[in-house]
Design a binder for this molecule. Sequence first.
Ligand code: NAG
Ligand code: NAG
Ligand code: NAG
Ligand code: NAG
Length: 488
Amino acid sequence: MGPRVFFIFLIPLLLISSSTHAESGEDGFISFGISEKGLEFAKDLLINTAISSLIPLQLPEIEQTARIPLVGKVHMVLSDIVIYQVNVPTSIVQPGEIGVTIVASGATANLSFQWSYSYTTWLFEISDSGVAYVQVEGMEIGLTLGLKNQQGTLRLSPQDCGCYVNYISIQLNGGASWLYQGIVDYFEDDIISAVEDTITNKVTDAVIQLDSVFQSFPKEINFGNISNLNVTITEGPTMTPTSLLIGINGLFTQIAPKVTSSHYTNSLLSTGSCNDKEKMVRISVHENVINSASMAYFNTNKMYWIVDDLPDQKILNTAEWRFIIPKLYKEFPNDDMTLNFIILSPPIIKIENEGIIAFLNSDVIINVVDAGEVIQVACISMEIEASGFAGILLSTVNGGISLSKLTMSLKWSKIGNLHMLLVQSVMSRLLKSIIIPVVNLRLRVGYSLPDFQGYGLQNASIIYDDSKIVVCSDVARVFEYIPDRILL
Ligand SMILES: *[C@@H]1O[C@H](CO)[C@@H](O)[C@H](O)[C@H]1NC(C)=O
Ligand SMILES: *[C@@H]1O[C@H](CO)[C@@H](O)[C@H](O)[C@H]1NC(C)=O
Ligand SMILES: *[C@@H]1O[C@H](CO)[C@@H](O)[C@H](O)[C@H]1NC(C)=O
Ligand SMILES: *[C@@H]1O[C@H](CO)[C@@H](O)[C@H](O)[C@H]1NC(C)=O
């Protein structure tokens, strides 16, 4: 069984515990909510994964000596008892007092074994052997999982596990099987107990194993050696009759200063809801997460952009600026220009009910290329406010931004004082008509979301809540496809 599949789908399912209380809502920034539909999906996935990991299931050998009328003392051995198929037609998942209970009912199983048989008369020994097939009918398997948040890590424990077999039918093949059918039937109870005990023990073991898989998970997930995402559980798990909620710290670390955006006080788990209650999962991401990622990115990548080639190349010639900065044209007539955009601090993202707002501080250095030499002539500092939106199409996040506010001031100049109002109008045109469309082109292509063991988001929608982005989505197997990306 892929531990990752369990991580994604079981954790939520298993996180249901009434005994755990939220430590604090103040340092959790990503929350996961799983609806009834999501729990159903996780349960089915869990049962199918569990079955395929348990099968073939070997049962202990059964050996018995029976006294049979007319024959005498008969020694019989059933060996190689293997359950090779299990079918679960119906199952339920039910959150309860001590944990979550999963019941598979009406299950059937097929098993096979070798039978051999011997007895001794005063003259000679008689023995025979063959193979037998057993149909197990009306099996009920129930499991209650206890869940605990232990110092930010999930602990699982098998609280209650049972297996009950209604009846079995045994079909012998080989040897003089017709002769021994009745004797084998004599073992019915032994086989039933062996099935019940083995399944109970195996399921219990599986939970203990799963718990150790959880213990081995790091509390931080590394992203491209740039930053770590803190996945410490900070809130919940909290259960309602139809959903499960859990919060993780969710901040990107390895970032020097603390995130400075508005302090987060509400409980993540209590607010916001999907418009569409039919979706399986609800993932809420606080703006602090995005800001911590922005800071991590900023600290490891220089964020700058040299503009030296534009569709409207005229704007990169001093002639175009002769009325705006006459002194520039006078000193460098008809020279090419380049612009260096330098982002000075991590972009700050705010999420409001209407969408995303990004604040950017940047410097723009105006250069003139005179006889092959790049000469810095002025520097303007810009405060940019952009509004944006994000969307999810298939497994790609995309979005768009538009300029909503621009303020500028002159930082330094070698060409005297600039008429900032005029400069601002040119810069604003440059941003709106060239730079923002280029950024939007990239955002429209989007960024692929990772899938986990072949499962990913489907039919996702995004809503904005105060300071949070909420993604409501179904989860489904991701099939390989070439996304049809429409660029323009
Ligand atoms: C398994 O058992 C079911 C009934 O419990 C039966 O219908 C099916 O044919 C069996 N499959 C095999 C492969 O023996
Ligand atoms: C991260 O660092 C390790 C070891 O330094 C290296 O093997 C690995 O390729 C790096 N991963 C990325 C995504 O850069
Ligand atoms: C991860 O989050 C937990 C809970 O918020 C916090 O106590 C811990 O210090 C964080 N770890 C790092 C490395 O920041
Ligand atoms: C996604 O939506 C389509 C159309 O509404 C639906 O047929 C499909 O089942 C949905 N996917 C999941 C995983 O629910």
